[in-house]
Write a protein of this length. Structure first.
Length: 146
């Protein structure tokens, strides 16, 4: 156990969360000057953190990577993973997410593939949370590292 603890510490891992929803985003984003994220669409997260994201955008420092909604293969794969009966629903969410992030003033890049994990990279820390690939909301773990 001691060696595992040392390895975790050396890796810069500061926190393990049993549920992504337990992360103190207000605190993290409040001390953030630049933020880069890679997400599928993050509608709930974006709306929950809209105020802090607007502050980051004021610094011209919000970059978002989203799956390419121009690619039918991409949104069909996401629909399969998320258990949606129609892939058009996913396409609409991707288009909406892109428009909403751009509306905030973020720089948005489209990735020609499907993320299996979400990533949030700030000035001093990184957070990674895997998808649960379920239609219903369910807790997912996350790791925060410096």
């Amino acid at each position: 156990m001691a060696k595992t603890s040392n390895n975790i510490s050396e890796a810069g891992i500061e926190s393990f969360y049993d549920d992504f929803l337990r992360i103190d985003w207000n605190g993290i984003l409040g001390r953030t000057n630049t933020l880069k994220i890679a997400v599928s669409y993050a509608n709930t997260w974006r709306e929950s953190n809209r105020g802090r994201l607007s502050e980051i955008v004021q610094k011209n420092a919000l970059t978002v990577f989203l799956p390419n909604y121009h690619s039918k293969e991409v949104w069909e794969e996401l629909a399969f993973r998320f258990g949606k009966t129609t892939s058009e629903t996913i396409k609409d969410r991707l288009v909406n997410s892109s428009a909403e992030f751009k509306g905030l003033g973020a720089t948005v890049y489209l990735y020609n593939g499907c993320f299996q994990t979400t990533y949030y990279l700030t000035d001093h820390e990184a957070i990674m949370a895997p998808f649960n690939h379920k239609q219903e909301k369910a807790g997912v773990p996350a790791i925060r590292a410096s």
